[in-house]
Write a protein that binds this ligand. Structure first.
Ligand code: BDP
Length: 713
C-alpha cells in the first residue's frame, strides 16, 4: 500500500502542472532546450520602453511572459540602454531611444515593423520599431516566434509589413450562441452577459489574432439577424471592441439588408430611397458614436434567400455603394460578397458555378473605392477542389478580396484533419492571365487601392478554440496568408508545428508531412479527377458522401446536378458544347479548359462530361482512374496515421491520443466516401470494379444511413 502511494505521489509530481488541452494554441512559451536558452538569453536581458499605451502594455506583457516562459528568466525593465542585451521597443514618438536611432521605417508602413540588432550607447541591443503601436506588437510576436522556432536573433535586419490592409475573420455566429458551420462549441461572444461581463477569453482571442496580424473580426453570421443592429447589441459590440482594441482587432458587422423595414418601420429597404439612406445614416452614426474605429460591414445580399437590392430592381453596386457612402466619412469599409446565385428551381438551365461572374462582372468599375468585392476562392462553394474563381481575373476596375474557408464545412468538419493552408497557396498562386502571364490571384488582390481578405472562422468556445489541435493550423495559416498571400503552405505549416509541438526534427517532419498530405488525400477521396460537391446537401449537413441525392427544391443543391452520372460518363460539360463556363477564364485558360485533351486532369470532371472509357494520362480508363484516386486518398490518410503513430512518446500523451483518435474517424470517413461513391457510380458505369476492389457494403446500405452517420470502418 505504502509503495503504491509513493508511486502515485511520484507520478503526480512528474506530471505537468496543467493538462495539454491546447488552450495555449501556438503561443506556447514553454522552456526551450538549454542550448537555445544560452543562445537567446544574452539578447533579452532587459526591456527598454518609452511612453506607454494599451497596445504597448500588451506588447510588454507578451514579451515578458514569452521570454520568461521560453528562457526561464523574465527580462528586467529599463528606460535606457545601459548594458548589453536590451530589447528596445516603440515608435519614434513613444520611444526617445528609437527616435534617436533615426531608422528608416518607411517600408514598415502603417502596421509593419523593423527588427534590428544594433549598437546603442556602445551596447548590443535588439530593436523592435514601427510607425504605430500595433506594428510594435506585431514585431514583438515576430521576435518571440523566432525564438519559439529556434531561429537566430543576434543579427537581425528584418522589415516586414502586411501585404493586405483588411485581414478579417468572419464568425458565422448567431445571437443565440450557435454557430453556422461551427464545429468547436458555441460562440465565444456571450451576448447575454455583455456589455457588463468581460470574459477573459475576448482578450485571449484578440491576442491570438494579433500574433498573426489578423486585424478584424466580423462578429455575426452573414445570414444575419436584424437584432445585431439594435441599440442594445451595438452597446454589447462596443464592449467587445474595447476588449479587442489593444490587440489591433477591429469589430465588423454583417448588417441585415431589410433592417429599415424590420426595425426602422419603413415600407421599403430600397437602397436608392432617401428615407432608407437616412435610416442607415442614423444607424451608421450611432455605431461610430459607440465604436469610433468600427471596421465596416460585410454584406450578403440576394443570396440563398437573404434580402437584397434585386427585390427593388436595384443592382449589387447600388447596394454596396449606399453602405460605402455612409461608412466612408468614418473610414469604414464595405466587404460586399459576390457569393450570389439565382434560384433555378428544378431546372438545370443555370450553371451554378457561372453565377457570380454572370451577376457581378457587369458592375466592374461601378463600386466605390471603399468597397472590397469579396468572392469565395472558387466559383462554387468552398469545395475541396475547385479551380480559382474566374471573377478574380475579370474585375480590373474593382478592389477584389478572396474569401476563404477556415472552418471545414465541406472538408471534414470537426473530424478530419485537413490543412487549409494548402488551399490558400493553391488559389493565391493560380494565374488568372488578367494582365498577361504572372497575374496570379495574389498579385491581383495585392495591387489594388484597397486590399483585404476574409476567412470564415473555425473558432468556438472549446478549450482548444477550434475543436481539435490540428484545426488550429488552419486559423494560423489563414492569418499568415492574410499577412502575405505569397506565403508557402509548407513553411507556414512548419512554423505552426514548431510553435505547437516543439522543434524535435522527427515531430516537425512528420507533422508537416501530415499537413501537406492532408489536402491532396481529401481531394482524392472526395473530389477525384475534379468531381465536386458530393457531400450530403439536402439535410444541409454537408458531411459524408451522398452522390445520389436529388434536391426536392432546387437543382443546384443536388449532388446529381454536380456529378451528372449517366450511361455515357461522369462530370459537367462546361465547354462550348455545354454551359460554356470555361469561357469565363482569360486566354489561354479558356481554350485549355474548353478542350478535354488540354484540361488539366485535376479538373477534368469539373469541365467535361467524360466517358467512362476515356483514356487518362496514366493509361487507365476514367472508370479505373476514379477507383485509383479514391483509393489513393485512403492511402494518404493511412500515411498520416503512420506518421503520427511514429510520434508516440515524442509529444505529450493528451495531444498524441486526441490526434490519433481523430485520425481513426478520418480513415473511416475516407473509406465511406470511396465506397458509397463507387457503389453508386458503378450503377451507371456498369463496368466491373478493378484490382480486386469492391465496396464494403452495397449501395442500398449507404443510401439508408442516417445523415452524419459513417459506417463502421
Ligand atoms: C454555404 C453554407 C451556408 C452559408 C453560405 C454562405 O452552407 O451555411 O450561409 O455558404 O457562404 O456553403 O453564405
Amino acid at each position: 500500500m505504502g509503495r503504491i502511494l509513493a508511486l502515485v505521489l511520484l507520478l503526480g509530481l512528474a506530471a505537468p502542472a496543467w493538462a495539454e488541452d491546447g488552450h495555449e494554441a501556438w503561443l506556447r512559451y514553454h522552456p526551450l532546450p538549454a542550448a537555445q536558452i544560452a543562445r537567446f538569453a544574452p539578447h533579452t536581458a532587459t526591456l527598454v520602453t518609452g511612453k506607454m499605451s494599451p497596445t504597448l502594455d500588451a506588447t510588454v506583457k507578451e514579451l515578458r511572459s514569452g521570454i520568461a516562459g521560453l528562457l526561464k528568466r523574465a527580462p528586467g525593465g529599463a528606460s535606457a540602454v545601459t548594458a548589453d542585451g536590451a530589447v528596445v521597443i516603440g515608435t519614434p514618438s513613444s520611444s526617445p531611444v528609437i527616435a534617436g536611432l533615426r531608422l528608416n521605417l518607411s517600408a514598415a508602413g502603417k502596421e509593419g515593423f523593423v527588427l534590428r540588432s544594433l549598437g546603442v550607447n556602445g551596447h548590443k541591443a535588439t530593436i523592435i520599431a514601427a510607425n504605430s503601436d500595433i506594428g510594435v506588437l506585431y514585431g514583438a510576436f515576430a521576435l518571440l516566434r523566432r525564438m519559439q522556432t529556434e531561429q537566430a536573433i543576434d543579427n537581425l535586419d528584418i522589415t516586414d509589413a502586411p501585404r493586405l490592409m483588411v485581414r478579417v475573420l468572419n464568425h458565422w455566429d448567431n445571437l443565440d450562441g450557435s454557430i453556422e458551420r461551427g464545429y468547436a462549441g458555441a460562440s465565444l461572444w456571450r451576448w447575454q452577459t455583455l456589455p457588463a461581463y468581460r470574459d477573459p477569453r475576448y482578450r485571449e482571442y484578440a491576442r491570438l489574432n494579433a500574433s498573426l496580424g489578423i486585424n478584424g473580426a466580423v462578429l455575426n453570421n452573414v445570414n444575419t439577424s436584424v437584432n445585431s443592429l439594435s441599440t442594445g447589441y451595438i452597446e454589447k459590440t462596443a464592449a467587445l471592441a474595447e476588449e479587442f482594441r489593444p490587440y489591433g482587432v477591429k469589430v465588423w458587422m454583417a448588417p441585415r439588408f431589410s433592417a429599415p423595414q424590420e426595425i426602422g418601420g419603413l415600407k421599403t429597404s430600397d437602397p436608392l430611397d432617401p428615407q432608407v439612406r437616412a435610416w442607415w445614416q442614423t444607424k451608421v452614426d450611432e455605431i461610430y458614436h459607440a465604436i469610433p474605429d468600427f471596421g465596416g460591414f460585410l454584406v450578403k445580399a440576394n443570396s440563398e434567400g437573404q434580402p437584397g437590392p434585386q427585390e427593388y430592381g436595384r443592382s449589387h453596386s447600388d447596394a454596396a455603394n449606399m453602405f460605402a457612402d455612409l461608412l466612408a466619412p468614418h473610414g469604414g469599409i464595405v466587404m460586399y460578397r459576390a457569393f450570389v446565385y439565382d434560384d433555378p428551381g428544378k431546372d438545370w438551365h443555370l450553371d451554378r458555378v457561372a453565377e457570380a461572374y454572370r451577376i457581378i462582372k457587369p458592375f466592374d468599375g461601378q463600386f466605390r473605392d471603399n468597397v472590397l468585392v469579396q468572392e469565395k476562392e472558387g466559383p462554387l462553394d468552398f469545395q475541396p477542389r475547385e479551380p480559382f474563381a474566374p471573377l478574380f481575373g475579370a474585375m480590373p476596375k474593382s478592389n477584389m478580396a478572396v474569401e476563404f474557408p477556415v472552418t471545414k464545412e465541406y472538408t471534414g468538419q470537426g473530424v478530419d484533419l485537413t490543412y487549409t493552408g494548402f488551399l490558400y497557396e493553391q488559389i493565391y498562386k493560380s494565374d488568372t492571365y488578367a494582365h498577361g502571364p504572372g497575374s496570379t490571384v495574389a498579385k491581383i488582390v495585392m495591387n489594388q487601392k484597397l486590399t483585404g481578405t476574409a476567412g470564415v472562422a473555425n473558432i468556438g468556445n472549446d478549450r482548444n478554440w477550434t475543436g481539435s489541435i490540428f484545426n488550429q493550423a488552419n486559423w494560423y495559416a489563414y492569418g499568415r496568408f492574410a499577412w502575405n498571400p505569397e506565403s508557402s503552405a509548407r513553411a507556414v505549416g512548419e512554423e505552426w508545428t514548431r510553435m505547437t509541438f516543439g522543434n524535435d526534427p522527427k515531430i516537425v517532419s512528420s507533422a508537416v508531412a501530415m499537413l501537406m498530405g492532408s489536402w491532396p488525400a481529401m481531394m482524392d477521396y472526395q473530389s477525384p479527377i475534379g468531381l465536386t460537391f458530393q457531400e450530403l446537401d439536402s439535410a444541409n449537413t454537408h458531411y459524408g458522401p451522398w452522390p445520389w441525392l436529388d434536391s426536392p427544391r432546387r437543382s443546384d443543391w443536388a449532388d446529381i446536378y454536380f456529378n451528372r452520372a449517366d450511361a455515357v460518363g461522369l462530370g459537367v460539360d462546361r465547354s462550348h458544347t455545354g454551359y460554356n463556363t470555361a469561357a469565363q477564364y482569360n486566354s489561354p485558360l479558356k481554350e485549355q479548359f474548353d478542350d478535354i485533351r488540354t484540361t488539366p486532369e485535376d479538373f477534368l470532371l469539373w469541365f467535361h462530361h467524360v466517358p467512362w472509357d476515356f483514356r487518362m494520362k496514366s493509361g487507365r480508363t476514367m472508370w479505373e482512374e476514379l477507383q485509383f484516386q479514391y483509393s489513393r486518398g485512403i492511402t494518404g490518410v493511412e500515411a498520416m496515421q503512420k506518421a503520427w503513430d511514429g510520434l508516440k512518446g515524442k509529444t505529450d500523451d493528451e495531444r498524441y491520443m486526441a490526434v490519433k483518435q481523430y485520425l481513426v474517424m478520418h480513415h473511416r470517413d475516407a473509406v465511406w466516401f470511396r465506397d458509397a461513391s463507387l457503389a453508386y457510380f458503378q450503377t451507371f458505369a456498369k463496368r466491373p470494379f478493378t484490382n480486386g476492389y469492391k465496396p464494403k457494403y452495397d449501395l442500398d446500405y449507404y443510401k439508408k444511413l442516417p445523415p452524419n452517420t459513417a459506417p463502421p470502418d
